[in-house]
Design a protein around this ligand. Structure first.
Ligand code: DX5
Ligand code: ZN
Length: 214
């Protein structure tokens, strides 16, 4: 099933509750929350307090993308704040298997994110334990960057691995997703599409979300 997860990174943070409500009425399936610490990526954004404050504004799953160093130390804070799904970067976890089990042990869905330059082999020994894999299609840190085309074979290969192992994995893609790139990633095997600028730069969010459903 194809899911659209608008990223609130491109939202107006002075009225974030209203923005999240609007995304839900516009047909979003999940709300994607980009957490950045100024170390793992060169930008600082959202912490658990913001997640907690948007939680009452939507019943949609909150998909929390942790672009932070030492994510294990903050997982329980984000769970308490209302996250439904937590993704950690393989590059940021010294003990990736432990981080995954920490998330699952708290009753939440667990995913691993790979930067464009990180090979799929980084998750070879944990993939069967995951609910989701998030493949970055830009280098993380900012919205509005250009989709990296060479990620298409990576998506395809991961879908083949999932099929081969009978995993029924959710494959999420993040970065540069718009009405032109959405059909390409879906064709390659992605089924969860994150989009920030393509939705927030459009005057009609409902139309923008509908355009990504291919
Ligand atoms: C970037 C974030 C993305 C970002 C995507 O590091 O992980 O979720 O918001 O923005 P667009 O859709 O504009 O590329
Ligand atoms: Zn993201």
């Amino acid at each position: 099933m194809l899911r659209i997860a608008p990223s609130i990174l491109s939202a107006d943070f002075s009225k974030i509750g209203q923005e999240v409500q609007e995304l839900e009425s516009a047909g979003a399936d999940w709300i994607h929350v980009d957490v950045m610490d100024g170390h793992f990526v060169p930008n600082i954004t959202i912490g658990p307090l913001v997640v907690e404050s948007i939680r009452p504004y939507t019943s949609l799953p909150l998909d929390v993308h942790l672009m932070i160093e030492n994510p294990e130390a903050y997982i329980s804070n984000f769970v308490d704040a209302g996250a439904d799904l937590i993704t950690v970067h393989a590059e940021a976890c010294t003990h990736l298997h432990r981080a995954i089990h920490l998330i699952k042990g708290l009753g939440k869905k667990a995913g691993v994110v790979l930067n464009p330059a990180t090979p799929l082999s980084a998750i070879e020994h944990v993939v069967h334990e995951l609910d989701l894999v998030l493949l970055m299609t830009i280098n993380p840190g900012f919205g509005g960057q250009k989709f990296i085309e060479s990620m298409l074979p990576k998506i395809k290969q991961l879908r083949e691995i999932s099929n081969h192992q009978g995993l029924n994995l959710d494959i999420e893609v993040d970065g540069g997703i718009n009405k032109k790139t959405a059909p390409l990633v879906v064709e390659a095997g992605a089924n969860v599409l994150v989009a920030g600028s393509a939705i927030f730069n459009h005057e009609n969010k409902k139309e923008a979300i509908a355009q990504l459903r291919v």
